[in-house]
Design a protein around this ligand. Structure first.
Ligand SMILES: N[C@@H](CCC(=O)N[C@@H](CS)C(=O)NCC(=O)O)C(=O)O
Length: 211
């Protein structure tokens, strides 16, 4: 398998974690987002959505991180990244979507670029925006995690797709010096995940394209 990725991309980070948890080897194909390589014709031919990640398997390209992870889950069911019960799966997907749909898109590169270039926001304005949406989203995640269904991980005692989304989002929060102290359960789960080699090896600083 080949993964089009960027070391700081949290959506790519989610897929790297899932691949590692399932013990799957892959070749990294890094793109430099700051240079707009994801918008060049060569990559548009791979992923018309002009986003990373994209995964090539059996000569076919898959995109959208959660669709990729669900594909891996179906093709390589062990170890499972979704619970065995329907209610559990719904909760895990809801937690993953809370991060992937309600937090991450608001702070994406092209959104920050639009704020900067079209709405004339300076770095202070951008940082204020970024921290606001992180705080708003993580507060909701913390509330969702404050139930007995949360175990050592976001759902129960083994890692799931929810953890694959939670961890990269905390890396993003830290990158912008967001205060994570109001989210003790989220941070406990984050620390537990980072204790696993599959998560640690997927982090930005360990990627071949890290500066
Ligand atoms: N919903 C997509 C999001 C992918 C995404 O936004 N990737 C970012 C990097 S984390 C990207 O390629 N951004 C480029 C841009 O905003 O121009 C997924 O989960 O794969």
């Amino acid at each position: 398998m080949k993964l089009y990725t960027h070391f700081r991309s949290s959506a790519s980070f989610r897929v790297r974690i899932a691949l590692n948890l399932k013990g799957l080897a892959y070749e990294s194909a890094p793109l430099v987002l700051a240079r707009g390589e994801h918008r060049e014709a060569a990559y548009r031919g791979v992923n018309p959505q002009e986003l990373v990640p994209a995964l090539v398997d059996e000569g076919r390209v898959l995109n959208q991180s959660l669709a990729i992870i669900e594909y891996l889950e179906e093709k390589f069911p062990r170890p499972p990244l979704l619970p065995a019960d329907a209610l559990g799966r719904a909760r895990v997907r809801s937690l993953a979507l809370l991060v992937a749909c309600e937090i991450h898109p608001l702070n994406n590169l092209r959104v920050l670029g639009y704020l900067r270039s079209q709405l004339a926001q300076d770095e202070e304005g951008i940082t204020t925006w970024y921290r606001y949406w992180i705080a708003e989203g993580l507060a909701k995640l913390e509330q969702e995690l404050s139930t007995e269904q949360t175990g050592r991980f976001a759902h129960g005692d083994s890692p799931t797709v929810a953890d694959c989304c939670l961890v990269p989002q905390i890396f993003n929060a830290r990158r912008y010096d967001c205060d994570t102290s109001p989210y003790p359960i989220t941070m406990r789960v984050f620390d537990t995940c980072m204790g696993l080699e599959a998560f640690a090896r997927a982090q930005p600083s360990k990627q071949p394209d890290a500066q």
